[in-house]
Design a protein around this ligand. Structure first.
Ligand SMILES: [Zn+2]
Length: 136
């Protein structure tokens, strides 16, 4: 029996620019043109000032690990072959947080506040996933 396919992101229309940029291996964040703050996850209105005057800007791709967990075991799933893998909240330089994976490092070497940078992993022809690796 083959492993099940990994689930694909569910893309709301207002989040399409995020995924289009990721396909080009660029990290873009929604930006409020009225209060000038970055927004993540993408929304139809600014969570700070309720403005719908929102745009997109390329992010630096750098941040720090706010928190993380190492998945050592789970029920059989599409992710079983990846064990151990790291699920982390990344605090981006733009001031927003992003849930992602830390890759390219031994999980035992990770620490909170460690600087990381974005890398892109294609899931299929439609989706490329932003992930993060420690900056050496
Ligand atoms: Zn705003």
């Amino acid at each position: 029996m083959s492993a099940p396919a990994k689930p694909k992101p569910v893309v709301q229309p207002w989040a399409e620019p995020f995924w289009e940029a990721a396909r080009r291996q660029e990290l873009h964040l929604q930006h409020c043109e009225d209060c000038h703050r970055a927004i993540h996850y993408p929304r139809v209105a600014c969570p700070h000032c309720a403005s719908t005057n929102l745009g997109w800007r390329r992010a630096s791709g750098r941040g720090t690990i706010y928190s993380f967990t190492v998945v050592e075991a789970n029920a059989p799933s599409a992710f079983t072959a990846d064990i151990p893998y790291v699920v982390a909240i990344i605090r981006l330089e733009e001031g927003v947080q992003m849930l992602s994976n830390i890759v390219g490092s031994d999980p035992a070497d990770l620490m909170c506040d460690m600087p990381v940078e974005v890398v892109f992993e294609p899931l299929d022809e439609e989706f490329t996933l932003p992930k993060f690796r420690p900056i050496s």
